[in-house]
Write a protein that binds this ligand. Structure first.
Ligand code: GAP
Length: 435
């Protein structure tokens, strides 16, 4: 029977290292907090999650186009956006052990680590600051972007002029963001360097509530299509005190992680806040001209903002399962086959009688279309288990019957059901299910 334990996070962290999904950054130097590196399976999974998003947001829609803006941007952008002034977390330090905490995590005015006295609350800006050029002076100060959204706003006119889009339309981008989080943690849930998948939808003022509702529902459905358990997803509407400085209305899509319900994605009605600020600070006219009504206006913006790493973690947590099979514990990642890092494992049952040659030929048939893993070492059961742990949806085994009739065994990950299939039908059978 399937069982999920409270120590799921420890098991997932360990599986991620063991199978090459995610490693601690700079590990041989003792590691650096809240930064992680994606290994061979991790990069594939991450790429597939991003493609799954890009396909539904950009490729399948006529009204949204893509962008890839630079991480380093003019520093005035962050003044205009309100991040220099308003992107703060309140922090306190312990006077005794010097540990630092978010003020809103403190329960009884004492240091949670040593019980020591705490300093007064101070505002701590979450943006990483550096310098551009050889002279490290304030005039050359520049920020690593804390969200990808601003790159979209400052390019809105460029995109409009070059893409012939008309309102309502959207601009999407996937890219790195950086935040000097005071309390990072829970593996890749809260990091200091992470990736976002953001889409900004430009609408006529007055239609914003309707579009906000549209995107709120659409984004929830996307997680269901990704294969996330719907009972573990819910909305949380931001109250007055929670709203970001740019938002008039906001909902989080939350997931029930082993460490509690937390934000997975934010959907925001940013009104014309960002465009009006950039218009004011840049002195450029950023209004949209509606050639039917002959009106000029600043569009309102509905934003959908998801974390790549957080989505990937959600997929891992949701897919992780331990079940008892014939007295053994089988660990399996029941990932949606479309995001699985390796789509199919190909095994010769034994390393003789020409079986490896046939298996290599099967690899040659499948490899131009999908990620394939060839394995000829160890007992067949162990080979299946290794790929179950990596979330591989299918395994194909060449055995002595193959030599007679050109059929192979195809085993499905979740049911472990095995069927025989002709080699020349393999590609068409697997392809539609995994791509
Ligand atoms: N542009 C709006 C924006 O950035 P946000 O709610 O601050 O909104 C959006 O962030 C999403 O980015 C979050 O829902 C989360 O998935 C991801 N995210 C934010 N901070 C993160 C961090 N420190 N580590 C990993 N992901 C993070």
């Amino acid at each position: 029977m399937a069982k999920k334990k409270n120590d799921t996070m420890d098991k997932i962290v360990s599986l991620c290292k063991r199978r090459g999904f995610i490693f601690q950054s700079s590990e041989i130097y003792g590691g650096i907090t809240s930064c992680y590196d994606y290994g061979p399976y991790g990069v594939e999974l991450k790429k597939n999650v991003k493609e799954f998003w890009w396909k539904s947001i950009v490729q399948e829609r006529e009204d949204i186009v893509g962008l890839d803006s630079s991480i380093l941007m003019h520093p005035r952008i962050w003044e205009a956006s309100g991040h220099v002034e308003g992107f703060h977390d309140p922090l306190v330090d312990c006077k005794r052990c010097k540990h630092r905490f978010r003020a809103d995590d403190i329960e009884n005015d004492k240091c949670p680590d040593c019980g020591g006295e705490l300093t007064e609350e101070r505002q701590f800006n979450l943006m990483f600051k550096t310098h551009m050029g050889p002279v490290a002076e304030d005039a050359n100060a520049i920020y690593l972007r804390p969200e990808t959204a601003q790159g979209i706003y400052v390019n809105a006119v460029n995109v409009l002029n070059s893409s012939r889009q008309k309102i309502p339309f959207g601009i999407a981008q996937i890219g790195k963001a950086f935040r000097n989080e005071i309390t990072p943690g829970n593996f890749v849930f809260r990091m200091r360097e992470f990736e976002q998948m953001e889409m900004q939808f430009f609408v006529k003022p007055g239609t914003d509530a309707e579009w906000f509702e549209f995107w709120r529902q659409r984004r929830m459905k996307w997680y269901a299509a990704l294969g996330i358990t719907t009972e573990k997803l819910r909305f949380h509407q931001h109250g007055e005190g929670e709203l970001a400085h740019y938002a008039a209305n906001a909902y989080d899509i939350e997931y029930e992680y082993p460490f509690g319900w937390h934000e997975l994605e934010g959907i925001h009605n940013r009104t014309d806040y960002d465009l009006s600020r950039h218009q004011e600070f840049s002195g450029k006219d950023l209004r949209y001209f509606d050639d039917q009504t002959r009106e000029r206006f600043l569009p309102y913006i509905i934003e959908t903002s998801a974390g790549v790493d957080r989505t990937l973690l959600t997929c891992l947590v949701d897919a992780y399962e331990e079940e008892e099979v014939n007295g053994d514990v089988r660990t399996v990642l029941r990932l949606n086959p479309k995001i699985a890092p390796i789509k199919v494992g190909v095994f010769p049952l034994v390393k003789r009688d020409g079986m490896p040659d046939i298996a290599h030929k099967i690899v040659d048939i499948l490899r131009p279309h999908m990620m394939v893993f060839y394995d000829e070492s160890g007992a067949i059961g162990r080979r299946y288990r290794r790929l179950d742990e990596a979330g591989t949806p299918f395994c194909v085994t060449v055995d002595s019957d193959t030599l007679e009739d050109n059929t192979v065994t195809i085993r499905e990950r979740d049911s472990m059901q095995q069927d025989r299939i002709a080699i020349d039908r393999l590609l068409e059978t697997i392809r539609d299910q995994v791509l």
